[in-house]
Design a protein around this ligand. Structure first.
Ligand code: PRP
Length: 212
């Protein structure tokens, strides 16, 4: 049987995911010593880890070239897709927030507001739920710059400690959604390799509880 392939978001979530896999008893030596290798064996060889960018994790799981994915709820909310979300890992905790300049009342006035975000779909859905007409400008990084430069009235972005906002004279106006790392599974994989995938999810959930 070929190994079950897990797409893991590289960067911020990587360390916590590896720690959890190890706590659950899976040998992650190859992942820890990966160098530039992108496909790495995990455990006794019945699993394989692929390191990828968050949006690509979803693509690989959707197309079924990876059975399982570890990805932030932020990316799931932005890109959607057909997969099952089976577990909240509890790490990678942060939130989506609407934020803007400290000295301004965002909701005052009648002009259509401009919102800068790396997450245009999340932003649109949030304002649609308020039946509020807005304009969204997509920004790729350091979104906090947009209101400082006068490009937007506010931003929808990830807030973790809040220090980026604080240090730039911005503040949270409203929380949009809570975020954490999630386990996603390809629907066909879950059917074909149900026992293995469920055992894996159970082990990770137990390890998560032990770590809390
Ligand atoms: C994220 C996010 C905020 C910052 C929030 O950016 O977009 O800018 O972290 O963290 P804080 O509340 O702890 O200050 P990231 O560092 O991922 O880089 P980016 O701005 O280039 O997307």
């Amino acid at each position: 049987m070929k190994p079950i392939r897990i797409a893991l978001t590289k960067g911020r979530l990587e360390k916590d995911t590896v720690a959890l896999l190890e706590k659950a008893g899976y040998d992650c030596t190859a992942v820890r010593n990966k160098g530039r290798r992108l496909i790495l064996p995990v455990g006794d060889g019945s699993f394989e880890v692929v390191l990828a960018k968050a949006a690509d994790v979803i693509t690989y799981v959707e197309y079924g070239v990876c059975d399982i994915g570890v990805v932030g709820k932020d990316t799931i909310m932005e890109s959607g897709g057909s997969f099952y979300e089976v577990l909240d890992f509890g790490f990678g905790k942060c939130r989506f927030a609407l934020a803007g300049p400290k000295d301004r009342d965002f909701y005052s006035g009648y002009t259509v507001k401009t919102i800068a975000s790396k997450y245009p779909a999340v932003t649109r859905a949030f304002f649609e739920s308020k039946a509020m007409d807005i304009r969204v400008i997509k920004i790729e990084g350091s979104v906090e710059l947009a209101p400082l430069l006068g490009l937007s009235d506010a931003i929808v972005d990830i807030v973790e400690t809040g220090s980026t906002l604080r240090e730039n004279g911005l503040q949270v106006i409203e929380t949009v959604a809570e975020i954490s790392a999630r386990m996603i599974v390809n629907p066909a994989s879950l059917k074909l390799r149900k026992a293995e995938i469920e055992a894996f999810a159970d082990k990770l959930e137990a390890a998560k509880e032990e770590m809390e």
